[in-house]
Design a protein around this ligand. Structure first.
Ligand SMILES: [Zn+2]
Length: 221
């Protein structure tokens, strides 16, 4: 199912913004938004955990394989687990697992939204053994959690909600950066990269090179 030419055709490297809700990086859509005729040139689609209690979930899941086959789509996402919002936990785990299995079968990487559930994401990873990389958006773990993610080659994306300690903990070869911005937000990926550079005692130029190379590897392993 994989067609690397299909992916590279739409990406003008270097692309830096791993996760946003506007064009310019990987633009994430829920399936109901993605049935519009035109998607951003680099898109991801998935049922967000915040939408997991919607009566439309079954319909969205039935549409997902066709949506993920669209030429603009480079990844599944965002999908995951958030105990603070959406359906009961077990239902969220089942929804995430279903979508992550589909992505693995379709040879697509996955963008993961995880709140207070990194242990559950690790369990899902070990159960699914995905064929393509996973990446955690708005990463906020550190210490042993970061080590467990790194052992599995899971990418970790630094954003405006990531703590300094978390941003400092991410191994260089797994570091991504994101705005997680909606169209009205003013934040830029350059501001995020400046902050990452300051926290890691590095330079914006170096962090730019790193996140561009890592994002490219996430998409085309
Ligand atoms: Zn988001």
């Amino acid at each position: 199912m994989e067609d690397p030419a299909r992916i590279s055709q739409f990406i003008n490297l270097p692309m830096l913004d791993f996760h946003s809700h506007r064009p310019g990086g990987i633009h994430a859509y829920n399936p109901d938004e993605a049935s519009e005729a035109i998607l951003s040139p680099v898109a991801a689609i998935g049922v967000h955990p915040w939408q997991s209690a919607s009566p439309e979930v079954e319909k969205w899941l039935s549409e997902l394989p066709a949506l993920l086959s669209r030429p603009e789509v480079v990844a599944l996402g965002e999908v995951g687990i958030d105990p603070n919002r959406g359906a009961p936990l077990q239902q969220q785990i089942a929804l995430a697992q279903h979508q992550l299995r589909l992505a693995s079968e379709m040879k697509l990487p996955a963008i993961i939204h995880a709140v207070k559930s990194y242990h559950l994401i690790l369990q899902l990873f070990d159960r699914i053994h995905p064929s393509r990389p996973w990446a955690l958006h708005a990463y906020n773990g550190r210490g042993q959690v970061t080590a467990e993610m790194a052992r599995r080659g899971i990418f970790m994306s630094a954003g405006h909600r990531s703590s300094d300690a978390s941003i400092a903990s991410i191994p260089e070869h797994l570091l991504l950066a994101e705005t997680d911005a909606y169209p009205a937000d003013l934040i830029t990926i350059e501001e995020i990269i400046d902050r990452i550079a300051a926290i890691r005692h590095s330079t914006p130029a170096h962090i730019t090179d790193i996140v561009a190379a890592n994002l490219s590897r996430f998409l085309n392993p």
